[in-house]
Design a protein around this ligand. Structure first.
Ligand SMILES: Nc1ncnc2c1ncn2[C@@H]1O[C@H](COP(=O)(O)OP(=O)(O)O)[C@@H](O)[C@H]1O
Ligand SMILES: O=C(O)C1=C[C@@H](OP(=O)(O)O)[C@@H](O)[C@H](O)C1
Ligand SMILES: [Mg+2]
Length: 168
């Protein structure tokens, strides 16, 4: 895969985008960006503050962050879990990047994510299952490639590296 193309990771909240994205960037010697951090930096407000105004307000900010990130070259991006809710984000990212869906089961997500601190999961564990049902089709449709996160993180990173190495 061309070194200039961005690596864009999408998937459910708690599927490992931020953790694996950061580790992948370090393995590949690329810069890493967490889209949620970019939103906070660009808007000068925390994610819960933006959601407290409205989800639409957060989603608008997410589109602005997607534009900023897609203007860069050769970076690894961990998107927010809801990035697929605005198809515009995916079109923006695909102009300069390749989209990877990190697919982790809701069972594994609820087993080690503190749902209470994530705005969309604050209603509890069932919300993870509901969101997965609601979004799985959108993640698959948006993805250029799908990687299952059902093994130790080092193995998932190996799979990422092999796949990226094999993309023309
Ligand atoms: N393959 C895995 N094995 C063990 N823990 C994992 C694995 N993938 C993700 N995790 C853990 O899941 C939690 C959520 O990951 P995070 O990177 O915050 O997800 P996201 O950014 O997608 O919301 C973290 O504690 C992370 O260490
Ligand atoms: O799934 C979602 O709609 C969201 C996921 C969060 O990111 P993570 O996927 O990193 O938790 C964050 O962008 C925001 O709370 C909305
Ligand atoms: Mg994250």
């Amino acid at each position: 895969m061309n070194d200039k193309r961005n690596i864009i990771i999408i998937g459910m909240p708690g599927c490992g985008k931020s953790t694996l994205g950061k580790a992948l960037a370090s393995r590949l010697n690329r810069s890493f960006y967490d889209a949620d951090d970019v939103i906070v930096w660009q808007e000068g407000k925390s994610i819960p503050e933006l959601f407290a105004i409205s989800e639409d307000c957060f989603r608008d900010a997410e589109v602005r962050a997607s534009r900023f990130l897609a203007s860069k070259e050769g970076i690894v991006v961990a998107c927010g879990g809801g990035v697929i809710k605005r198809p515009e984000n995916i079109s923006i990212f695909k102009k300069t990047g390749t989209v990877f869906f990190l697919d982790r089961s809701p069972e594994d997500i609820v087993s080690d994510v503190d749902v209470s601190v994530r705005p969309l999961l604050k209603d509890g564990r069932q919300k993870v299952y509901d969101l997965y049902e609601e979004r799985i089709g959108l993640y698959r449709e948006a993805a250029d490639y799908c990687i299952r996160n059902d093994k130790p993180m080092e193995s998932v990173l190996d799979e990422f590296e092999t796949l990226i190495g094999n993309i023309p």
